[in-house]
Design a binder for this molecule. Structure first.
Ligand code: NAI
Length: 332
């Protein structure tokens, strides 16, 4: 039986993890879930939000499914998500954004893949209080990380029959750091004559995305722009409740939705499990369980096209009713 690490997170994490585990179980696929807790809840007992046992579990199993974990804002411990990505060198954050069947959105033809650098940039966490009225954050961009994320984006484009890889920077202002990222893109792109190239500044990209998103294919971005732009892209296809993601490195992969722990709807049976489910479907494809991945995907799409969905998408089903509807379609 395949063993996979499951970090069920906090906030809405446990609710959506339960839903996804139930759906996978109903598909007939047997998974030996290695459940690992992380975040604020374990600090008291283990002294850290990301105990070694979590990293060891992923190292052993190679693959993890992760629900969101809360990070205190403006204070407190360093993000578990950022630490996890860095400790396991999960350098590529892959966030495909495609319209779902029957979910009404402003645009019908969105099919964008956001490839976000995952290990450096302003997320390096190097900050200092210069004096009482001044704080400073350091933006780190290296050739090694920039080249490998650009190579990842082009390889992804080739493998998945995509036409274009567009690089997103603010190299007109951050001439050295974003300039280096752009330079790496230009160099790497020369090895992929079959893929179209495009360069755009991040502010212009945002405007173009909300006016005409179908012009974009694969986007490759430094960490912070990638984070912000992927939430924008999530908004184009129905919101955070349907936006999937994956953190991929050479040795390990952690699949997780784009969204956070949504404390505002925690424990109310309102959360949409679709983003975590789509992330799990990608995980099953990644480990070669394509049959079950497609079976679950078909049941999800069938459920949505029956007009059955959660409140964030304009529907009236609770998390558990939506989960049951998918399971009914799986068993039909
Ligand atoms: P959020 O993504 O948790 O929520 C933003 C809005 O989207 C909220 O109104 C929420 O109710 C809604 N939403 C999110 N996911 C939903 C779902 N599955 N179904 C229905 N509605 C959903 O962002 P927020 O509030 O900025 O962050 C909350 C916490 O999550 C913070 O501590 C943040 O650091 C953390 N976070 C964790 C991430 C991770 O574990 N990978 C990623 C992003 C944020």
């Amino acid at each position: 039986m395949t063993r996979i690490t499951l970090i069920n997170g906090d906030g809405i994490g446990p609710e959506i993890s339960d839903a996804v585990v139930k759906i996978i179980e109903a598909s007939g696929l047997k998974i030996d879930w290695d459940i690992q807790t992380a975040g604020e809840d374990v600090i008291e007992t283990e002294g850290t939000p990301l105990p070694e046992r979590v990293l060891n579990s992923i190292k052993e199993n190679k693959v993890a499914l992760k629900a969101p974990v809360t990070t205190p804002i403006g204070k407190g411990f360093r993000s578990v998500n950022v630490q996890l990505r860095k400790s396991l060198d999960l350098f590529a954050n892959l966030r495909p954004c495609k319209n779902l069947p029957d979910i009404k959105t402003k645009f019908n033809n969105v099919d964008i893949v956001v490839v976000r650098e995952n290990t450096e940039d302003l997320y390096a966490g190097i900050e200092r209080q210069v004096d009482a009225d001044t704080a400073e954050s350091i933006k780190i961009i290296t050739r090694k990380a920039s080249e490998r994320i650009c190579k990842f984006a082009f390889d992804y484009a080739v493998k998945n029959n995509r036409q274009e890889v567009c690089v997103v920077t603010k190299a007109n202002i951050m001439k050295l750091s974003d300039g280096l990222f752009l330079d790496c893109y230009r160099q790497v792109s020369q090895n992929y004559p079959q893929i179209k190239k495009r360069e755009i500044l991040v502010d212009n990209l945002c405007m173009q995305l909300v006016q005409n998103p179908s012009q974009f294919d694969v986007l490759v971005l430094p960490n912070l722009y990638g984070d912000i732009v992927s939430d924008l892209c999530a908004g184009l296809i129905g919101g955070l409740g349907v936006a999937q993601g994956a953190n991929i490195g050479l040795d390990y992969a952690v699949f997780e939705p784009v969204h956070g722990s949504a404390p505002d709807i925690k424990g109310q049976n309102k959360a949409n499990p679709t983003a975590l489910l789509l992330s799990a479907i990608e995980m099953l494809k990644y480990i070669g369980q394509t049959f079950y991945a497609e079976k679950i995907e078909n049941a999800l799409f069938k459920t949505l096209s029956q007009g059955k969905y959660t409140k964030d998408l304009g529907g009236n089903l609770s998390t558990s009713e939506f989960t049951d509807a998918i399971i009914t379609n799986l068993l039909a």
